[in-house]
Design a protein around this ligand. Structure first.
Ligand SMILES: NC(=O)c1ccc[n+]([C@@H]2O[C@H](COP(=O)([O-])OP(=O)(O)OC[C@H]3O[C@@H](n4cnc5c(N)ncnc54)[C@H](O)[C@@H]3O)[C@@H](O)[C@H]2O)c1
Length: 314
């Protein structure tokens, strides 16, 4: 039993690439100083390839970005028979998700791991009195309905497929696991951010939905868990309305005990652990990966708080 013991077929939504990081990686030169952010879904999908998955599906509303990410994974896939497939999907559209799942089953015959990582941020940062319900509906459609669509369609496949044997150090473990699902929520699923109501409401809902799915799916041999990242250096955190990237970085330096954001790779490793046989006794857990941010009110450099910053609202 080495590494994450990953084999089989993975689907990752929100797996497109969009940054300079990826273009540097495609040419395998990382000396470019502009190289920085990379998406969590893309990095998780690549991690599956690098850890031995037989096939990885890069699913995103941005097909070109998904194709680019799939291409990167072909350079890094560990299995000699590794296959990557890029698909366009709108997770908020049940038909689109059903089509994606049918295509994957036709191509690979089963689905062992499903990572729900598609996400977006509100268009504006407005506090409750001025909040626009359409922004809430837009995020609800992707984060909550989108996640439900994916769990339902993937769950139907997983619960009807043959279980995979979970091998531990001392031989097979007493587990009947037909598939694993990891849902990516956020620290804003546990706390709130000023002016970020649509994001906090939908990220809270994702944790509830994920726990309910864990309970409902456990008897069918499907494990469901939730990943709860803190601040991660991705294209998303370069573009949060009302929170300029430089301001986020300053806040992170002051408020996160280890004074930096996570890389997408660090989050991807925990997603892989939750999906892998290594976590065979985990059902419905919400796992925080936040550099200690949620430990409680904290200032690395007291006195440097920026008045009015959402990061200082607790
Ligand atoms: N970056 C952070 O600090 C952070 C922290 C906690 C949680 N998260 C969550 O992690 C997930 C990934 O975020 P990221 O930071 O990698 O951002 P990202 O913008 O790099 O990735 C999000 C991806 O989702 C895709 N997407 C959006 N709407 C979609 C739809 N309807 N159907 C299919 N795909 C769609 C986008 O095209 C994009 O590729 C999100 O759910 C986000 O809320 C991010």
């Amino acid at each position: 039993m080495a590494g994450f013991s990953i084999d089989g077929v993975a689907i990752v939504t929100g797996a497109a690439t969009s940054s300079a990081f990826d273009h540097a990686l495609m040419s395998l030169t990382s000396s470019d100083s502009s190289v920085s952010a990379s998406g969590i879904g893309k990095e998780t999908a690549i991690a599956f390839a690098a850890e031995g998955a037989a096939a990885v599906v890069f699913a995103d509303i941005n097909l070109k970005g998904a194709q680019d990410a799939a291409e990167i994974s072909r350079q890094l896939g560990k299995s000699s028979e590794y296959r990557a497939l890029a698909l366009k999907v709108d997770v908020g559209d049940a038909e689109s998700v059903a089509g994606m799942v049918a295509t994957v089953v036709e191509a690979f015959g089963r689905i062992d791991y499903s990572i729900n990582c598609a996400g977006l941020v509100p268009e504006t940062a407005t506090t409750i009195p001025d909040a626009d319900v359409r922004d809430l509906e837009r995020l609800h459609r992707v984060h909550v309905v989108g996640m439900l669509n994916c769990i339902q369609e993937v769950g139907k496949v997983m619960k009807s497929q043959a279980p995979a044997t979970v091998n531990g150090r001392y031989g097979p473990r007493a587990s009947t696991i037909r598939g694993t699902i990891v849902n990516v929520s956020s620290m804003f699923g546990l706390c709130v951010g000023m002016g970020q109501m649509p994001y906090t409401v939908t990220k809270h809902a994702m944790i509830g939905l994920s726990k309910n799915a864990a309970l409902d799916m456990a008897p069918h041999g499907v494990r469901v868990n939730t990943l709860v990242p803190g601040w991660v250096d991705t294209p998303m955190t370069s573009d949060v309305p009302g929170l300029a990237a430089a301001r986020i970085r300053r806040s992170v330096e002051v408020c996160v005990p280890i004074a930096r954001m996570a890389t997408a790779e660090e989050i991807a490793d925990v997603a892989l652990f939750l999906a892998s046989p290594r976590s065979s006794y985990m059902y419905g857990a919400s796992v925080q990966v936040d550099g200690g941010l949620m430990l409680g009110p904290h200032r690395n450099r007291p006195g440097e708080e920026e008045e009015g910053s959402p990061m200082y609202s607790w």
